[in-house]
Design a protein around this ligand. Structure first.
Ligand code: SF4
Ligand code: SF4
Length: 257
């Protein structure tokens, strides 16, 4: 394919993704996993799918007025809806590439089966957060989430893996996280521990056990560490808080035990 052909395919995928509802769209080549070498090689896309050349990372926003009710059925329903939409977008974008003759599929956004599995093995086969960083969508914050200029960490991600050679986007070099540690302060399980590195040590076991409680109460997931993060242009629209305390209590009084 010519250089122009690659640009055209990338633009075509971008247009299709936006049309399907993606708020954020980024492209990376698989070489960036080797270049940065910050996770186990087993988790590189090319280790799992040797034909892969590019990863397209697609994000949708989490609405603050719903997130701010967490833990609640309102946020739980938003989370489930966002997962459904992401699967839909990922499936269809992969299909677009298939129809043009490329190998492509989407890696689902959570893919750990059930929260009880995460308690024993707190990781998934593929990291959308790492992929999002390499695709130029944001930087990894103290809270282990992808922080984006647009929505801070209030974004959910899915990745499409393909053998189409698409021009990678520029990586954001300057950390967006200010290390304010509001996420640490408000975490209900005290899962974060400050280290000399920007990203905290995280007790994933504590976080997972708490999530199991929330799941049993129909209010999964937690989301406090993305709720309180001050990064993101969405704060300009919604402000620091977008719901009254009475409103939060009202929403929490429905749908859960
Ligand atoms: S709340 Fe502060 S420390 Fe935590 S991720 Fe956001 S900017 Fe970083
Ligand atoms: S999801 Fe909740 S429990 Fe888990 S680290 Fe974030 S704030 Fe803490």
């Amino acid at each position: 394919m010519t250089a122009k052909g690659k640009v055209d395919l990338k633009q075509f995928v971008k247009r299709q993704s936006a049309r399907l509802g993606a708020n954020l769209i980024g492209f990376t080549n698989v070489e960036r996993w080797e270049e940065y070498a910050e996770i186990d090689k087993l988790f590189y896309p090319q280790s799992i799918w040797p034909w892969s050349k590019s990863v397209i990372v697609l994000g949708i926003q989490i609405y603050p007025p719903m997130l701010e009710t967490t833990p609640s059925v309102v946020y739980s329903d938003l989370y489930n809806t966002s997962n459904r939409i992401l699967d839909d977008i990922g499936y269809k974008v992969a299909n677009v590439l298939n129809q043009k003759g490329y190998r492509a599929f989407f890696f689902p956004r959570d893919c750990y089966g059930d929260i009880s599995v995460l308690i024993d093995k707190p990781e998934a086969a593929f990291s959308h957060v790492i992929a999002g960083k390499y695709a130029g969508l944001g930087t990894i914050g103290y809270n282990h989430m992808l922080l984006t200029k647009e929505y801070g960490p209030r974004v959910r991600l899915v990745s499409v893996i393909t053998d189409a050679a698409l021009t990678p986007d520029k990586i954001i070099e300057k950390d967006l996280c200010t290390k304010c540690e509001l996420c640490k302060k408000h975490c209900p399980t005290q899962a974060f521990t400050t280290t000399s590195a920007l990203v905290s040590d995280m007790d994933k076991y504590k976080c997972s056990v708490y999530h199991k409680q929330l799941r049993d109460n129909h209010t999964y997931p937690c989301g406090v560490c993305i709720k309180v993060c001050p990064i993101g242009a969405d704060r300009k629209i919604y402000g620091k808080t977008s719901i009254t305390q009475e409103g939060i209590e009202h929403c929490r009084s429905f749908g859960s035990k």
